[in-house]
Design a protein around this ligand. Structure first.
Ligand SMILES: Nc1ncnc2c1ncn2[C@@H]1O[C@H](COP(=O)(O)OP(=O)(O)OP(=O)(O)O)[C@@H](O)[C@H]1O
Length: 292
């Protein structure tokens, strides 16, 4: 079943395009990583999907409904981010108590166990929590809703190493026990790679790549060897990244293809993180280009 359907989605802020024709579909029961550089449009996309803001043009459907101001969408989806706000007068315990009246699949047992594990104080007010404690509470809230569509925007921001690793584990365990559609934006692809089935890579408000993680890992190869041989081999190719290693050796990343074997050149795999970084880089040589 298609949970999210975006067709040529556009969003502008004061005339500047944040989303510039986003088209993709998300099937249910998958964990998808929403990856992109700063300013790529990830938060804007998530806010539109959650129904918080409205697109300027194009089509967006969540559970076949337009999400903006839609009760069916908001009761079955949640966006966990650092802007989640609750009434100032409510303690954390009050928030957890009120949650099931809106989220019908709310799991009070899970919320209570995670709350204890992370040693949160039930009498604390949400707006007074530290950055890390707020991120932890929001994550617990998001998981306990068991919403059919659960979206996280940079959920580990502010969490320490141990909490981040616990979060990824809790997310995976929850997903296995109660499958749902999870869309998670992060700058830390490498550390959450083990969770992901698919990658949705966006750049400048457009989808650059939407593939399974396995396909992304197979997307490119790196050639390393004598400069003239590497240059000859990559002359007609779509080069994603290039780096001069020393006075006579070069490193180049190209789209994977068969029969590249040439003596004097080693062929290496390219990680999903690097594929995403190279495909969204303005310069083929990255930061090195600035110092040429
Ligand atoms: N409320 C706003 N008013 C004006 N411009 C905005 C607003 N929100 C976002 N933008 C702009 O829209 C573009 C996309 O921003 P968005 O926050 O969606 O990107 P992002 O991929 O989430 O970035 P980051 O990884 O840095 O959080 C950026 O150029 C940003 O400056």
């Amino acid at each position: 079943m298609v949970v999210i359907d975006c067709q040529n989605l556009q969003k502008k802020y004061k005339g500047m395009a944040a989303l510039n024709g986003i088209t993709f579909q998300l099937e249910d029961h998958k964990i998808t990583g929403l990856i992109g550089r700063n300013g790529a449009g990830k938060t804007t996309l998530l806010k539109i999907l959650a129904g918080f803001i409205r697109e300027n043009s194009g089509e967006v459907r969540v559970f076949s409904n337009k999400p903006f101001n839609n009760l069916r969408v908001s009761a079955n989806s949640i966006l966990v981010d650092d802007q989640m706000s609750f009434p100032d007068s409510l303690t954390l315990a009050d928030i957890l108590e009120a949650a099931p009246s809106f989220y019908k699949r709310w799991d009070a047992g899970l919320a209570a166990s995670l709350f204890d594990y992370f040693r949160l104080n039930p009498k604390q007010l949400h707006f007074k929590l530290s950055k890390g404690a707020k991120a932890t509470f929001n994550m617990i809230f998001g998981l306990a809703t068991r919403c059919e569509l659960t979206m996280f925007d940079e959920p580990t921001n502010g969490m320490d190493e141990a909490v981040r690793s616990d979060f990824y584990r809790a997310l995976l365990k929850e997903y296995i026990a109660y499958p749902r559609s999870i869309l998670i934006s992060s700058h830390h692809l490498a550390e959450m790679e083990h969770l992901l089935e698919d990658i949705l890579l966006i750049h400048k408000g457009k989808v650059v790549l939407h593939q399974s993680l396995e396909e992304v890992k197979e997307y490119a190869v790196a050639l390393q060897g004598q400069t003239d041989i590497v240059e000859k081999l990559t002359a007609e190719k779509d080069v994603l990244h290039i780096k001069q290693l020393d006075s006579h050796r070069k490193y180049a990343v190209i789209k994977k293809e068969d029969s590249l074997g040439v003596e004097g050149v080693t062929i290496q795999t390219v990680s999903a993180t690097d594929v995403c970084m190279f495909m969204t880089s303005e310069r083929k040589g990255g930061i090195d280009d600035v110092f040429k």
